[in-house]
Design a protein around this ligand. Structure first.
Ligand SMILES: Nc1nc2c(c(=O)[nH]1)N[C@H]1C(S)=C(S)[C@@H](COP(=O)(O)O)O[C@H]1N2
Ligand SMILES: [Mo]
Length: 303
């Protein structure tokens, strides 16, 4: 299903994450059908502002999921072939009950709820998404975290035959991310299994993905197949690819610019052709809830 934007903007997004890639990699990505997608925007007046949910078409049509290509419309076009059932998650490392769990047995234990969250991509665009999911803390409790564990590592499915983007060395596959244990246990941190009350579309990370709303979007890893508790800061794909541009924390912070662009403002997808950029909020608007996690930390240094 290829999604086409109506009323496309012509102004390009902030330099996409893949712009740091070397020439050979960019050519490979272009050969894979990627390119700078035109900006999406529907000519819809947004009365509010800040927490008006984006439309289903916007959320499922304008995506980052490099396993299916680096263009914003590639995931919607290519992710349909990913097999998402049955789905298992290996949970290992410093846990009391390690194992390979069927998603269905996990969901049987979890309480699903709706969460309307801002999503702020490091590329300086944003959306508001009505997720459904459960708190990651509940899953961690289900498997039992051992004393001494300090971080949680996550890994995305790596299945080249279903993921055309992984034929190119755009990233060091599989996509991996990590959180400090207290971030992972924070009640805002969820594992999402749906949006708009429907199962998560493949391009948004079906059947289950992490959502950490106060961090740049790339921390919210899609289609998770492995969760590992560890006592060391785990490998995180974007951080390891370019640590100067993508910190391990990657908390949304309008005062700490990306080396190649300002993070002070953002473009809300769907806000219309002539809308202004809006100011980016500290911790993406969740400062009251999460600032205490970083008390005493120099956020410019630990960005
Ligand atoms: N496995 C995987 N997870 C990923 C990505 C990706 O390329 N691969 N892109 C990230 C980025 S950069 C963003 S902004 C969000 C986008 O989520 P969405 O497409 O559901 O809006 O997913 C994140 N999770
Ligand atoms: Mo992103």
């Amino acid at each position: 299903m290829a999604f086409r934007w109506k009323n496309d903007l012509t102004r390009a997004d902030t330099t996409p994450e893949w712009a740091f890639l070397n020439r050979r990699q960019v050519i490979a990505a272009a050969a894979a059908g990627a390119g700078l997608a035109a900006l999406g925007g529907t000519a819809r007046a947004t009365a509010d502002p800040d927490l008006t949910p984006n439309s289903w078409e916007e959320i499922t049509g304008y995506c980052n999921y490099y396993e299916f290509g680096t263009g914003k419309e590639d995931p919607a076009a290519n992710a349909g072939v990913m097999t998402t059932a049955p789905w298992q998650i290996r949970i290992d490392g410093m846990v009391e009950r390690p194992g390979t769990y069927d998603l269905s047995e996990i969901l049987a234990e979890m309480t699903l709820e709706e969460r309307l969250y801002r999503l702020r991509c490091v590329e300086a665009w944003s959306m508001v998404v009505p997720w459904s999911g459960f708190e990651l803390a509940d899953l961690l409790d289900m498997v039992g975290v051992q004393d001494g564990a300090r971080f949680v590592a996550f890994e995305t499915l790596y299945r080249p035959e279903e993921m055309p983007g992984t034929r190119y060395l755009v990233l060091d596959w599989p996509y991996r991310e990590g959180l400090r244990l207290d971030e992972a246990r924070h009640p805002l941190t969820i594992m999402a299994t749906g949006l708009y009350g429907k199962p998560l579309p493949n391009q948004n990370g079906a059947p289950i993905r992490l959502v950490v709303p106060w961090k740049y979007g790339f921390k919210s890893i899609k289609s998770v197949v492995r969760i590992t508790l560890t006592d060391e800061e785990p490998y995180a794909t974007w951080n390891q690819t370019n640590a100067r541009e993508y910190g391990f924390y990657s908390n949304v912070n309008p005062e700490v610019d990306h080396p190649r662009w300002s993070q002070a403002s953002e473009r809300r997808i769907g806000s219309g052709l002539f809308s202004r950029r809006q100011p980016t909020l500290m911790f993406n608007g969740y400062a009251d809830e999460v600032a205490p996690l970083y008390a005493g930390m120099d956020l410019a240094k630990h960005f």
